[in-house]
Design a protein around this ligand. Structure first.
Ligand code: GUN
Length: 320
């Protein structure tokens, strides 16, 4: 029997559909890690904190986003970040540059923002055009304003367990696991993907001595042999490779928790936008096997933004 995403999302009458068949037992207990809801809870808390700061005569946190060129996905992400700032009462500024901007011009702007006491957080939306080195731009942001947590100083601190800005997507995943009290202690977590933005940092966070955390972590990547076998031994899978529907049902153990970080635009003529968003996990067939799963959209995405807001808030607090 085909299980549609609507069936899964609403967890409707699964016992009616499947009776007590073993394969369906996890569908009955499967729960959605609803990133929209969890992110809203975080935003509601931040809103209250910002209002309290205003009463105390303190300024609102201020995030500056830099967008180079007009990549459609980046435009959407940055617009969501700016909108979220407005929602919680932060100040936000969007600075745009042409695709052809010289790196030196970008670095000058970052230096200005580094020295502006009104600015608490600076983010440069990635990817940048090919002629500009991501590393050079990231290193130019002052570590105390690096709310993306990409600066080597913040990455190094995170590895050593020193408080620092944690990259928004992995931080958002940890907040989501915390919100839903997903058990991680002693579990085998398999992270697919080794990017500096998601794969590497989430592997460090999941293996750290914390709750959530204390996992035994395996990192898989494009050169990994036996991906399927490794995934089948996972209690937790974090799919962050950016290839739609790579994680299939036959790669997932019954009762696993699955976190889907993928969000690829796939052409779809039936949509007004001309595309639909696809995760790295084949949701409809994987979900019935899971204890927990994130939807795409509405899972990790909103949590990334909530985590960015939290970083910006803490940056502001530290300065005042
Ligand atoms: N591009 C993809 N994810 C991110 C992110 O978390 N921050 C920035 N700045 N760019 C990104």
């Amino acid at each position: 029997m085909k299980v549609t995403s609507t069936d899964v999302r609403n967890k409707i009458k699964c016992r009616e559909l499947f009776g007590n068949h073993n394969d369906a037992s996890y569908l009955c207990s499967m729960q959605i890690l609803d990133g929209k809801k969890a992110a809203q809870a975080i935003k509601d808390e931040l809103k209250i904190e910002v209002a309290r700061m205003a009463v105390e005569g303190k300024k609102a946190p201020h995030l500056v986003a830099i967008l180079v060129g007009n990549n459609g996905a980046s435009e959407t992400y940055v617009a969501s970040k700016v909108r979220a700032c407005e929602e919680v009462g932060f100040k936000s500024t969007l600075i745009r540059f042409e695709e052809t901007v010289y790196k030196i011009r970008l670095l000058e702007e970052i230096e200005k923002l580094n020295n502006d006491p009104d600015v608490d957080g600076i983010l440069v939306q990635l990817p940048l055009p090919k002629h500009i080195s991501n590393e050079d731009v990231i290193k130019a942001i002052h570590p105390d304003k690096d709310v993306d947590g990409f600066h080597p100083v913040n990455a190094g601190k995170m590895i050593q367990g020193i408080p620092s800005f944690i990259p928004a997507t992995p931080y958002g995943i940890m907040l989501l696991l915390e919100h839903y009290k997903v058990e991680t202690e002693g579990k085998h977590a398999v992270v697919i993907g080794r990017s500096n933005i998601v794969g590497r940092p989430i592997s460090i966070l999941l293996s750290s001595n914390s709750n959530p955390g204390n996992c035994t972590v395996t990192i898989c990547h494009s050169h990994t042999h036996n991906l399927k076998e490794i995934c089948l031994s996972a209690d937790i899978i974090v799919a962050a490779l950016g290839k739609p529907e790579t994680v299939k049902a036959d790669m997932v153990k019954e009762g696993a928790a699955v976190i889907d970080v993928g969000i690829t635009r796939v052409p779809d003529a039936t949509k007004k936008s001309g595309f639909k968003l696809k995760g790295d996990v084949a949701f409809e067939t994987v979900a019935p096997k899971c204890s927990w799963i994130t939807p795409v959209p509405g899972g990790v995405g909103p949590m990334t933004i909530a985590a960015l807001l939290k970083n910006t808030f803490h940056s502001c607090k530290m300065k005042n």
